[in-house]
Design a protein around this ligand. Structure first.
Ligand SMILES: [Zn+2]
Length: 81
């Protein structure tokens, strides 16, 4: 019997991520997916790039802001604080 590799990507749509250049009250810089209703204003957002998931986006944001964290609404799996 042949075992197929089911590890292929099902959802390969590109997602665009932004980080808020303004810190939250707790010092976090939130990472948002394009289209999130809680996106920061245009002048306060920094484009991170397109990523498969929020973890990669937050990792990228941490190069700029060590206290980056996923948005509760659009990047909940990466929201840790
Ligand atoms: Zn968001």
């Amino acid at each position: 019997m042949v075992l197929f590799n089911h590890n292929t990507k099902i959802n390969n749509k590109v997602m665009y991520y932004y980080v808020n250049q303004n810190a939250q009250e707790n010092g976090d810089h939130e990472v948002h997916q394009a289209g999130c209703p809680h996106m920061p204003d245009e002048e306060n957002r920094f484009y991170l790039g397109n990523f498969d998931n929020c973890r990669e986006a937050v990792a990228e944001a941490k190069n700029i802001y060590p206290r980056a964290d996923g948005c509760f609404f659009c990047a909940n799996p990466c929201h840790t604080r």
